[in-house]
Write a new protein. Structure first.
Length: 306
């Protein structure tokens, strides 16, 4: 049964790249990435609530009062991650920022597994796991420097933004672990996912209000009428990713889950960039970037197989 989470985690990671394309259209339609993300997490919460009701597991909401309050806070990570991406992308460049997000994810997942933090089963790091994690990080470096202009983006005094990108990546596996605790408490994954996205919605509303109070762009909803239909699918992609991660972590470990989702994201991103899917700019795939993805995949295989 555990082997089922390998293709599921790969697919969930691929959906993150799809979500990015859809969210780009939603951001363009609303004129505000914060508003677009708020809409997206609201829709994800509604979608998961419908699934929870349809599967007869909605009664698990009643058990929420008996669990530690912080077990329900995983959704805060979504707001932190989204806000960080919007802040660091223009300052570091998208490719460099994503590389740092991945590095943060891998380092945090290795720590969660090694020390058994937040309810994650403790797994003493095997040599293959350490080698695989190192390979993933090497692959990330190759992907970053295989993109034109990456060296320029890393120049200058940007250490603070780089650290923020690392932290933003690290909160994603932490979110998965916290949601895993709530899953253990309630035993209903779709209910847990709903709670996570409700908390994410409240957090994003707070972020959106803060940006408006500080002079940020006001959302313009008129553009939603002309947005392509696939601009709405980001909510389903995000709901699938979050639910898959917190269910997969107890089964195959944090490092393997994160590594597989990262691999899936990079594979789909190659096609998105090469063919300009989702109305995004076409980019040539350099040999170094392609080699980086291959090394990343080999690292993930080492973490999971050996």
């Amino acid at each position: 049964m555990d082997t089922l989470f390998i293709p599921l985690s790969l697919a969930a990671g691929g959906l993150l790249a799809v979500q990015a394309g859809a969210n780009a259209q939603l951001s363009k339609a609303t004129g505000s990435p914060f508003a677009a993300t708020t809409i997206q997490v609201v829709l994800a919460a509604i979608l998961l609530l419908i699934v929870a009701i349809a599967t007869g597991t909605a009664t698990a909401f009643g058990g929420l009062r008996a669990v530690p309050w912080w077990h329900a806070t995983g959704g805060v990570a979504t707001a932190l991650y989204v806000a960080s991406t919007i802040l660091v992308f223009p300052r570091l460049g998208a490719v460099v920022a994503v590389g740092l997000f991945i590095a943060g994810q891998m380092l945090a997942s290795l720590g969660l597994d090694s020390f058994g933090l937040l309810g994650v089963p403790r797994q003493a790091p095997k040599p293959a796991t350490l080698i695989g994690t190192a390979a993933v990080l090497v692959g990330v470096v190759a992907i970053v420097f295989g993109q034109k202009g990456a060296t320029k983006e890393l120049s200058g005094s940007k250490l603070g933004w780089m650290l923020l990108a690392l932290v933003a990546g690290a909160v994603l596996p932490v979110q998965g672990a916290i949601n895993g605790l709530l899953q253990h408490d309630l035993g209903a994954p779709f209910v847990v996912g709903t709670i996570s996205f409700v908390v994410a919605t409240l957090s994003m509303i707070a972020v959106l209000l803060l940006t408006l109070l500080t002079g940020g762009a006001k959302p313009q909803l008129g553009g939603l009428r002309t947005m392509p239909w696939w601009g709405w699918i980001g909510a389903a992609c995000g709901a699938t990713y979050v639910t898959t991660v917190f269910v997969a972590i107890p089964a195959i470990g944090t490092a393997a889950t994160v590594g597989l989702t990262v691999a899936g994201q990079q594979i789909v991103s190659l096609f998105v960039d090469r063919y300009g899917w989702f109305r995004l700019p076409q980019r040539e795939i350099s040999t170094l970037r392609f080699a980086g993805v291959v090394v990343l995949l080999l690292g993930v295989a080492a973490i999971k197989v050996f």
